[in-house]
Design a protein around this ligand. Structure first.
Ligand SMILES: Cc1cc2nc3c(=O)[nH]c(=O)nc-3n(C[C@H](O)[C@H](O)[C@H](O)COP(=O)(O)OP(=O)(O)OC[C@H]3O[C@@H](n4cnc5c(N)ncnc54)[C@H](O)[C@@H]3O)c2cc1C
Length: 435
């Protein structure tokens, strides 16, 4: 029997594949719901996402989703959302998306354009554990680090490119450099394989873990694991009211929570798990009447490079990306405050954050008057950072697998929902072959 702790997207997907393969399992979830960081809320005419806003799907992820969610409930991002905007010199400017437009657009300086063209032929090799900023400065230059890499890393990881490791965050780029001698060449050669689309669902991202959970039989809610002990080749799990015994154990909970459960078994590892950075972050939803601004929200959203000194890390223009997020005559903006590079902003009270953000949005989008509505959701520990602190954890994770203890969650093998689905399927295959 396999025990799974945690019913976020990782835990429920793993349970689904194990059930499909006929492998006995028991999924234990502390709360009364599935989804973990995935949290959607319908509030009257509005649909708010507090965690992930979209799933970036390749063909096989979409196929997986279609098993649970009917076609007419899958909402694909509007065409306009292909455009990304970066704040520079007082306003949002469209980031050139393709190599030719990178060169012919005025977003970057001539020196940087030259660096982009010459990247195709640049011979350069990195050092082990190179950071994202070091890699991009080596392949391009500092302007690319500040105005392309920095805002994107904030947008995806709420992270700092000076700390995140290339190999752990964007291994594909390292692969392109090794295989083609250039990352731009790599992108061009792999263009068709890279085709992906962003989707959500009629009732929000939360629909996915909920629909997966409907297809699994062995899930116990309100069952928080309090301790793990291994004796006689079995894992002994204690919850408030019950005890469980498993031959194999899969951990699908945040690293700092696993640290508490593993303290008595290996305090050194528990200490390493606690060192993993999970910056605090707020998702703030702001609703405006269309008549309050002339700004054209023609894109996915606006990202703020740290260098520009803004209060927020950036915003998703949610009502431009997906239909049915708010009434037709209104605009929904989802802004992010906090993360590794904006740690100070998130120390303020909810009201202070809302006030500062409103002031910033009013200035950028030339908004007249107050927002129609504003809602703030706080994550004390948002996204695990794949920085140097991940290295000792990863080597221990491999060791644990030999003892039948597996990690299947976002601090190993990728943070995105798509990564989580892939990793859960891979692990289910491994465990099915072994049992
Ligand atoms: C603000 C934000 C925005 C994001 N945006 C995106 C996005 O747009 N697209 C994208 O792909 N990804 C995004 N992500 C990342 C993605 O949402 C997460 O990486 C992913 O949902 C993590 O899923 P998980 O199942 O691995 O873990 P979790 O979601 O952490 O699930 C863990 C589960 O374990 C349970 N648990 C904890 N302790 C115990 C215990 N002791 N016993 C039993 N159960 C326990 C919890 O209640 C929870 O249900 C975002 C994340 C955040 C925070």
């Amino acid at each position: 029997m396999i025990g799974i702790i945690g019913a976020g997207i990782s835990g429920v997907t793993l349970a689904y594949f194990l059930e499909k393969a006929g492998v006995p399992y028991q999924l234990l979830e502390a709360s009364d719901r599935v989804g973990g960081y995935i949290r959607s809320k319908r509030l009257g005419k509005y649909l708010f996402e507090f965690g992930p806003n979209s799933v970036l799907c390749d063909a096989s992820t979409l196929q997986f989703i279609q098993q649970f969610i009917p076609e007419n409930e899958i909402i694909t991002a509007n065409e306009v959302s292909k455009a990304r905007y970066i704040f520079r010199n007082g306003k949002y400017r469209k980031l050139p998306a393709s190599p030719p437009s990178l060169v012919f657009n005025s977003f970057f300086s001539w020196q940087t354009k030259f660096q982009i063209i010459s990247e195709f032929y640049r011979k350069s090799t990195g050092t082990p554990n190179e950071t994202l900023a070091q890699f991009f400065a080596r392949r391009f230059n500092q302007e690319i680090v500040d105005y392309a890499l920095n805002p994107f890393v904030t947008g995806i990881y709420a992270g700092n490119p000076d700390e995140l490791l290339l190999e752990k965050t964007f291994p594909k780029l390292l692969g392109f450099e090794q295989e083609y001698g250039s990352i731009l060449k790599g992108f061009i050669k792999n263009k068709s394989a890279e085709r992906k689309q962003s989707v959500t669902f009629r009732n929000g991202i939360q629909e996915l873990p909920q629909k997966i959970a409907e297809k699994i039989s062995h899930i116990r809610y309100n069952t928080k694991v309090r301790s793990i002990r291994k004796a006689n080749q079995k894992f002994h799990i204690q919850t408030k009211n019950d005890a469980f015994e498993f031959d194999k154990l899969v951990v699908a909970i945040p690293a700092f929570q696993f640290a508490d459960l593993y303290e008595n078994t290996d305090s050194n590892f528990a200490q390493n798990l606690r060192k993993l950075n999970y910056p605090a972050m707020c998702a703030v939803h702001t609703v405006l009447k269309k008549s309050q601004t002339k700004f054209q929200f023609n894109g996915f959203g606006g990202l703020n490079p740290k260098k520009e000194g803004l209060f927020s890390a950036g915003s998703i223009w949610s009502s431009s990306v997906f239909q049915e997020r708010c009434p037709e005559d209104e605009i929904l903006i989802t802004s992010f405050v906090g993360g590794m590079q904006y740690a100070e902003s998130v120390k303020l009270s909810d009201n202070e954050i809302k006030a500062k953000l409103t002031e910033e949005l009013q200035e950028i989008y030339k908004i007249e008057g107050k927002p129609v509505l504003q809602r703030l959701f706080r994550w004390q520990n948002a996204i695990p950072q794949y920085d140097k602190n991940i290295l000792p954890i990863e080597s221990k994770v491999k060791e644990l697998e030999r003892e039948n203890l597996w990690i299947c969650t976002n601090w190993v093998g990728g943070i995105s929902i798509t990564d989580r689905i892939y990793r859960a399927e891979e692990l289910a295959q491994k465990l099915s072959n072994k049992s």
